[in-house]
Ligand binder design. Structure first.
Ligand code: SAM
Length: 323
């Protein structure tokens, strides 16, 4: 389905929980964020029903996210049910990777195509500091398991913040040389805790030129991607590197997505508080066709672009939107 700006919308990100086992400093406060009650969160069979309606308007790729999607019980069953949807080309997952080692094989067998794993540092103590509680060893076990079972390409999401982890940019680039991993550098966005703390933002151009001073980058077009990243092969390396300049480079003209929050709201844009309730109609007995028309309405409401640079701040943090 095309939106009002001739963008083809075929990608749905579904937050399957608003709970997370980590408390990343730029994302949320130490105490976490207020969580929705059990009844407010979409049940797994409701998520499948909504996905079936979404497929009707041309959604053919689904990404599960959260919160931390792997803290949700029966996530493997959910993937298996989603994989039965005709015309769905891909189911992917964004995770912090801490529970992935034990689930990777089952997720692959259920029909998951690939994973993005969030990892902002390669240093054990810094990982615990940034996440306030995480163990980097468990993330590496998850990465190894994902590679072993073929949840590929395995993409590593690195949010870069000045004075936080920007001294590791070259370490991550070296990782892309040595391992068959796709490292994606992501600009810090003014969302969640990062919206109120001053500074931190490092423009993508600076990250790229710091890498290019050491590692020649060749433009890449064949990487399975459907999003905002601009991708490169590291000459002579096993992996690749992508850049997501949410702030410095408006990628909105390439936006192909809708978001469904864990509490059943459709979001036409990450950075806009406009939401459409779809859980209400679903629970009131709307037919699949009626639900599909709500998806279509969300597509028609997609703004031309986000306005992160204006200073306006939205209410939800990434973990509540489905980052
Ligand atoms: N728990 C999963 C994970 O860690 O990947 C999925 C949810 S998490 C909110 C999704 C992504 O949002 C993570 O890669 C995280 O680093 C990113 N994120 C959170 N706040 C952000 C911000 N202010 N700017 C940029 N990325 C952010």
């Amino acid at each position: 389905m095309q939106d009002n700006f001739s963008r083809r919308i075929n990608y749905l990100r579904i937050a399957i929980t608003d709970r997370c086992n980590l408390r990343c400093r730029y994302c949320m406060p130490a105490t976490g964020v207020p969580l929705k009650g059990h009844d407010d969160i979409l049940r797994l069979e409701e998520i499948v029903t909504l996905a079936r309606a979404a497929v009707r308007i041309g959604i053919n790729r689904i990404r599960l996210t959260g919160g931390e999607p792997l803290v949700r019980k029966n996530v493997v069953t959910l993937v298996r049910e989603l994989a039965k949807l005709p015309t769905l080309k891909e189911i992917s997952l964004t995770t912090n990777g801490t529970f992935l080692a034990g689930l990777a094989a089952a997720l692959k067998e259920a029909g998951l195509s690939r994973v993005n794993i969030s990892l902002d540092t390669l240093q054990k103590d810094r990982y615990r500091y940034i996440t306030r509680r995480g163990n980097i060893g468990s993330v590496w076990q998850g990465i190894r398991a994902a590679l072993a079972v073929g949840l590929t390409p395995v993409k590593i999401n690195v949010v870069v913040a000045r004075g936080f982890n920007d001294d590791e940019i070259l370490d991550f680039a070296r990782l892309a040389m040595e391992e068959p991993l796709h490292i994606r550098f992501i600009e810090l966005m003014p969302i969640g805790a990062a919206a109120t703390s001053a500074g931190g933002y490092v423009p993508m151009g600076e990250i790229k030129s710091r890498i290019e001073a050491f590692y020649p980058l060749e433009p890449l077009t064949d990487l399975a991607t459907n999003g905002p990243a601009v991708n490169f092969r590291v000459a002579g390396g096993r992996g690749s590197i992508g850049f997501i300049g949410a702030m410095s480079e408006h990628f909105c003209s390439r936006c192909n997505r809708l978001r469904l929050t864990a509490d059943g709201k459709l979001r036409p844009c990450l950075y806009w508080d406009g939401e459409i309730d779809i859980k209400g109609p679903l629970r009131a007995g709307a037919t699949e066709k009626e639900l599909a028309s709500i998806f279509a309405r969300a597509v028609s409401l997609k703004p031309a672009e986000h306005h992160m640079e204006t200073g306006w701040r939205q209410a939800r943090v990434m973990s509540q939107i489905g980052g």
